[in-house]
Design a protein around this ligand. Structure first.
Ligand code: GTP
Ligand code: MG
Ligand code: ZN
Length: 302
């Protein structure tokens, strides 16, 4: 038994337990030592062999240290930050023709990514359900208008998958979004031996069933990582500063600082440059309402 620390990549998290893969491809069942800050999937960690692999299916190791992160895709409530995954080049937010999706959740995720400098794009999956396509396209249109890329895909007829594959090659990517949109199905289509669990959607409730319960990273080639994230229902942004929030809305950036009053609340205030941008058709009122709400949420402790 050796106690020399070695490097591994965290590929799954189950509460306080993690699975990490070392440079030889060997999987280790890990716990974090002491009151370590939260370990996230796709963290590069220094681990030591616990040596007591007796009756377990995987050798055990202890996470001693987390390497410096390029970024952390995370959400938060007023009490706590919740790491989703670390060190990603991009996040693709998956929506579908059904179940219906919440544009605000998409917006919130985009804002979180902007604050961490993570590229953000959307996938419109289940494009094979053509009669439902116009409704979904209409909900996505405001995001397309502000420059967020969208790829239409179907895991049933395969459309869009080659384009998506090209976008993912050589990068670390998280697929996120609400439950039932087909994130795990996409991973199975892109990573032949992934065997990610696929769930039904409930037509009655018009929601997914929260099939994926852990964040898990899959390898689609040596330098291509695709991370499956459990379906999101809320995306709190309490960790962001006012400045980060203001800079995260690309459509409002040209107008920042142009309001008549320095303490403009961008509501009914006279001379508000952000309201003017909405009136001129350069931005939408749901996005301005979200921006305003995020600024107020954070200033007002509950
Ligand atoms: N028609 C159609 N159905 C699809 C497509 N992709 C996935 N589905 C179905 O959508 C349902 C949900 O798929 P999942 O891949 O489990 O969805 P998920 O986003 O991973 O859901 P959670 O793990 O709960 O977050 C399953 O019944 C899939 O068979 C598609 O392109 N077209
Ligand atoms: Mg899933
Ligand atoms: Zn204003």
């Amino acid at each position: 038994m050796s106690t020399t620390a070695f490097t591994a990549r965290v590929i799954a998290s189950h509460g306080r337990h993690y699975v990490a893969r070392d440079n030889d491809g060997k999987l280790w069942h890990c716990i974090a030592r002491g009151k370590k800050r939260e370990v996230a999937v796709n963290d590069l960690v220094r681990v030591t062999d616990l040596g007591n692999s007796g009756d377990v299916s995987q050798p055990q190791a202890v996470i001693e240290e987390i390497d410096a992160r390029k970024n952390l895709f995370k959400r938060s409530d007023q009490f706590k930050e919740k790491a989703i995954t670390a060190n990603v080049d991009q996040v693709w937010f998956v929506v579908a023709t059904e179940p219906s999706f919440d544009p605000e959740l998409l917006s919130r995720c985009q804002v979180a990514c902007a604050a961490e400098d993570i590229d953000f794009s959307t996938i419109l999956n289940k494009a094979d359900l053509s009669d439902l396509l116009p409704r979904a396209e209409a909900l996505l249109d405001p995001f397309v208008q502000i420059g967020i890329p969208v790829i239409r895909t179907s895991t049933l007829d395969g459309r869009g998958l080659d384009r998506l594959r090209d976008q993912l090659a050589g990068k670390s990517t998280a697929l996120t979004g609400q439950s039932g949109m087909g994130k795990s199905s996409l991973i199975n289509a892109l990573v032949p031996d992934a065997q990610a669990t696929i769930g039904d959607i409930s037509r009655y409730l018009d929601t997914g069933r929260h099939t994926t319960t852990t964040v898990q990273a899959y390898q689609a080639g040596v330098d291509t990582t695709i991370i499956d994230v459990p379906g999101l229902q809320v995306f709190g942004l309490s960790h962001l500063s006012d400045e980060q929030i203001l800079l995260a809305f690309p459509e409002f950036r040209p107008y920042l600082g142009d309001c008549r009053f320095r303490d403009c609340r961008h509501d009914q205030d006279p001379g508000c440059a952000l309201q003017a941008a909405v009136s001129a058709g350069n931005a939408t009122s749901p996005r301005l309402a979200l921006l305003r709400r995020l600024l107020i949420d954070i200033k007002t402790p509950a």
